[in-house]
Design a binder for this molecule. Structure first.
Ligand SMILES: [Zn+2]
Length: 96
């Protein structure tokens, strides 16, 4: 699996976790989070670093618009520690 595919998976996972706790009532992603995923997938696919990309958090040329950036930051802040706590092995395997 390439770097891009890995990042997409991790992102989807984190947004799901975030949405489950904060918005979702029936286990499905809410509209806002679906849009966030869609947007992020597009950014990742168009990343100028391609498969050599690092984690988006450490990127020197961030490509998210300010609104989406704020949203994704909230997701990371919420899901990051929970991912580590609940799924440390999965986390390590993904090396996010
Ligand atoms: Zn949501």
């Amino acid at each position: 699996m390439g770097r891009i595919e890995k990042d997409k998976r991790m992102l989807l996972w984190m947004v799901h976790l975030y949405c489950d706790y904060n918005h979702s009532k029936d286990g499905k992603l809410c509209e806002g989070c679906s849009r966030l995923i869609h947007y992020s997938y597009q950014r990742i696919s168009k990343c100028s670093y391609g498969e050599k990309k690092t984690s988006c958090r450490r990127c020197k040329t961030p490509c998210y618009n300010p609104v989406m950036k704020r949203k994704i930051k909230a997701v990371m802040r919420f899901s990051g520690p929970r991912v580590l706590f609940h799924h440390p092995f999965r986390w390590m395997k993904n090396q996010f």
